[in-house]
Design a protein around this ligand. Structure first.
Ligand SMILES: Cc1ncc(C[n+]2csc(CCOP(=O)(O)OP(=O)(O)O)c2C)c(N)n1
Ligand code: SF4
Ligand SMILES: [Mg+2]
Length: 351
């Protein structure tokens, strides 16, 4: 058995959100991951973000591949749509679902093996097409589910639990997402919920390809000295460039700030991101600058976290393809089958 259903009763005084839902309404089954696994903290951040955004659970579709990370959608949003696909194939399934029904919020949950090893091509194409989604990689540097082999995000020189040194160069998914044109790019740490919850909220409201690389230590196979994805290593080498407050379109801006230290970034739907600058030189609107900064800090052994890049005017796949505004499942036979005269016109235009 890979999941245990949670009992339905809860304390009658649990706080509710604007829809009358409690936190429990956004939870899933009881997690069967190892106690202390970073992935459980990410699930908890997703639950918190969706509760605070007052999202109707039936409007969310969560998709994943294979791995401990890809099992996690069972442990959150139990009342949402879910699809557990094949190893490394989540991005194409998500792309297809998004094209068929643009009205849902798409949450792609993956692992570093799922996205940087077997699924690297799929990851790249979903990002470069600008699919409107939140793509979260729960990055522990190993294949946790198959007992701790190095994944493609393991740093060169880092050591496995058995003491073997990784001799391959690592793939930095954040650098790739920036290069491939993602319009929202962030890196976070499962141990930093204060940073992760607003990042997930902002990514959900972003109308384009939003990518979050979340370092998520595997306590069973990659949390030892010599690992660069352990809790201790990430805490010691974490360079936070900004802190985010997320404000929905209906909330008043209440953040207090010193001029010059906070920038308010408005998104398409009117929601606002209040970015507290911790690194004064860092500009999250400069794609090339972000790429250079990340590479420079990585050379110095630092892991840069925070909102790394956001495009205020994102364009998504539906805009690129000029698709109809309604979800395909709401179209009737008349729209879906316009008749032989229309087909003749299309054929004639291609001759
Ligand atoms: C096509 C295919 N190849 C290999 C596997 C075996 N396999 C299952 S999970 C996994 C790696 C998972 O690693 P990751 O995505 O990093 O998830 P984690 O368990 O670390 O969270 C592999 C290689 C598989 N299930 N399917
Ligand atoms: S093996 Fe690692 S990734 Fe999998 S549940 Fe355990 S700690 Fe988490
Ligand atoms: Mg992994």
């Amino acid at each position: 058995m890979t999941y245990i259903v949670k009992p339905k009763f809860h304390h009658p005084a649990l706080p509710t959100n604007a829809l009358g839902f409690t936190h429990r309404d956004y939870e899933g089954s009881v997690s069967t991951l190892c106690a202390g696994c970073g992935h459980d903290s990410i699930s908890s951040a997703i639950i918190q973000a969706c509760f605070e955004l007052d999202l109707p659970p039936h409007r969310v579709a969560k998709l994943s591949g294979i791995g401990c990370s890809s099992k996690t959608p069972t442990y959150f949003l139990g009342n949402s749509h879910g699809f557990n696909s094949v190893h490394g194939r989540m991005p194409s399934v998500l792309t297809g679902a998004n094209l068929a029904n643009r009205d849902l919020i798409y949450l792609g949950v993956s692992g570093d093996g799922d996205s940087a090893s077997i699924g690297l091509g799929q990851f790249a194409h979903a990002i470069r097409r600008g699919v409107n989604m939140v793509y979260i990689v729960e990055n522990n540097g190993v294949y946790g589910l198959t007992k701790g082999q190095f994944s493609a995000t393991a740093d060169r020189g880092s050591k496995s639990k058995r003491g073997v040194t990784n001799t391959d160069s690592s793939i930095d998914l954040v650098a790739m997402a920036l290069q491939l044109g993602a319009t929202f790019v962030a890196r976070s740490f499962s141990g930093d919920k204060e940073q992760l919850v607003p990042l997930v909220k902002a990514a959900i409201e972003h109308q384009g390809a939003a990518f979050i690389d979340c370092i998520s230590p595997c306590v069973a196979f990659n949390n030892h000295p010599g690992s660069t994805k352990s809790f201790d290593y990430v805490r010691e080498h974490n360079e936070v460039v900004n802190r985010l407050d997320f404000i929905t379109a209906r909330d008043p801006i209440t953040v207090s700030y010193q001029p010059g230290t906070v920038e308010i970034v408005e998104q398409h739907d009117g929601s606002k991101l209040a970015l507290r600058k911790l690194s004064p030189d860092y500009d999250p609107h400069d794609r090339l600058g972000a790429m250079a900064y990340l590479a420079e800090r990585a050379m110095a052994g630092e892991i840069v976290t925070g909102l790394l890049f956001v495009d205020r005017e994102p364009v998504d796949l539906h805009a690129h393809l000029d698709t109809i505004a309604s979800p395909l499942n709401s179209l009737g036979e008349k729209e879906l089958c316009p008749g032989s005269a229309a087909l003749e016109r299309i054929n004639a235009s291609l001759r």
